[in-house]
Design a protein around this ligand. Structure first.
Ligand code: AMP
Ligand code: GLY
Length: 425
């Protein structure tokens, strides 16, 4: 079948790589894609939010199946627009993508259906939030309700910081309308784990667990980023944690969405925190994580198109999603200065290194493009995701770091401690 992938990051490169492996894939397109995706798919210069153009393109090229990788178009309703045009598309409709699109919605859902999460309160007036904070327990967490590129979360260590945070989100509107409503949440401590899943609205099948490294600097210091590296499986995702989440979180979330008249079809990403009181949901996303997709998808045994089609058809109960009994580590090569300010346009050397052709090495492109001379240059904060798959996490980690040396570009920056927790188990 002809496949269209919507998005342009490392996640979409990982999805495209999995689709390329599928026996069922004929022509693969990606909108807008990047210089790495262009090696396995035809990239078309249509933005992920240009829904009508995307639909016209899908009709013109006889696309049989569209996969939406990114959150913005999902929350904006791209799936509804495709469905209305009679096109088959993988991802949640707008009324279900709200699980990621509104933190207030997701918190209310968890409360209503008794899914474990941090205590919280929601505010749409700054003065009420400020009043609440006068007596709230510190540290405390403020979250912009809407999408804010993963940056709308403020962890406040003092009451003053929290007051300031409310002003930043609600009055200065640092994240625009995303801050019209805010959630104020109890601060939790514990290990963070990412669990991705496929669901058809009734059945849910969990993918192998992963662990993100959100902070920009070694030692988990510095600002929060989209993710500087990832490992899969997560060493702390024990059988007990799995059993608890299966009983109290995963299926309950799918059932809750269905009961609300918002059946969720696609990928639910559970951001979990392993607290002393047990696992709790930090956040939901309505899509694959990035870089989570870059460690989880290379380990999946199934044909990705098969799994996704079963989701869309509502027949996920007919198959079993399976993973190799191995491990993967992804190290992000970023532009120095990310996530704040960084330069772009530097030539990337080493991408054609033959060692990347070996099985179990992946060089996923996140922020790259072709310059006027057809050379691949840096074009974003996160530039590449270097993934190695091996029999265990330690081996995968040393191979990933080895491969990080094969590529060079000006201002190349990476964390040197991705997978540090492997040694702490
Ligand atoms: P989110 O976008 O909701 O995942 O939040 C971004 C990051 O902020 C998470 O990965 C956590 O590290 C941190 N965080 C969010 N909520 C809490 C919380 N209630 N307690 C402690 N840390 C949190
Ligand atoms: N890596 C976290 C995310 O994709 O939201």
């Amino acid at each position: 079948m002809n496949v269209l992938i919507i998005g342009s990051g490392g996640r979409e490169h990982a999805i495209a790589t999995a689709v390329k492996k599928s026996q069922r894939a004929d022509k693969i397109y990606c909108a807008p894609g990047n210089a790495g995706i262009a090696q396995i798919a035809e990239c078309v210069p249509i933005g992920a939010m240009e829904f009508e153009k995307l639909v016209d393109f899908a009709k013109e090229k006889a696309i049989d199946f569209t996969i939406v990788g990114m959150d913005d178009p999902l929350v904006g309703g791209v799936v509804d627009v495709f469905e209305e045009a009679g096109l088959k598309v993988f991802g949640p409709r707008k009324n279900a993508a709200i699980l990621e699109g509104s933190k207030a919605f997701s918190k209310d859902l968890m409360k209503k259906y008794d899914i474990p999460t941090a205590e919280y309160a929601t505010f749409d007036r700054a003065e009420d939030a400020l009043e609440y904070l006068k007596t709230a327990k510190i540290p405390i967490v403020l979250k912009a309700d809407g999408l804010a590129l993963g940056k709308g979360v403020l962890i406040c260590q003092t009451r003053e910081e929290a007051f300031e945070g409310v002003r930043t989100l609600m009055e200065d509107k640092k994240f625009g309308d995303a801050g019209n409503t805010i959630v104020i949440e109890e601060f939790m401590t514990g290990r963070e784990i990412s669990v991705l899943s496929y669901t058809d609205g009734n059945t849910i099948q969990i993918m192998s667990s992963a662990m993100d490294h959100k902070r920009a600097k070694d030692g988990d210091e510095g600002l929060n980023t989209g993710g500087m590296g990832n490992i899969s499986p997560a060493p702390f995702y024990t059988k007990e944690v799995d059993a608890f989440c299966k009983e109290h979180i995963y299926q309950k979330t799918v059932d809750a969405m269905k009961a609300e008249g918002r059946p969720f079809v696609g990928v639910i990403f559970f951001g979990l925190m392993l607290t002393e009181e047990g696992p709790k949901v930090l956040e939901y996303n309505a899509r694959f994580g990035d870089p989570e997709a870059q460690v989880v998808l290379p380990r999946m045994k199934n044909d990705i198109l098969d799994v996704m089609e079963h989701c869309v058809d509502g027949t996920l109960d007919q198959i079993q999603v399976e993973f190799e009994d191995n491990a993967a580590v992804c190290v992000v090569l970023a532009s120095d200065g990310y996530p704040v300010a960084y330069e772009k346009g530097f030539a990337i050397e080493g991408l054609d290194d033959e060692r990347f052709d070996q099985k179990n090495f992946y060089c996923f492109h996140a922020g790259t493009k072709f310059d006027e001379d057809g050379k691949i240059v840096t074009n974003g904060g996160r530039v590449l995701g270097i993934t190695a798959v091996a029999e265990d996490l330690r081996t995968a980690r040393s191979k990933a770091y080895e491969a990080c040396e094969w590529v060079t570009f000006d201002n190349k920056y990476m964390r040197h401690d991705i997978g540090h927790m492997i040694d702490e188990v």
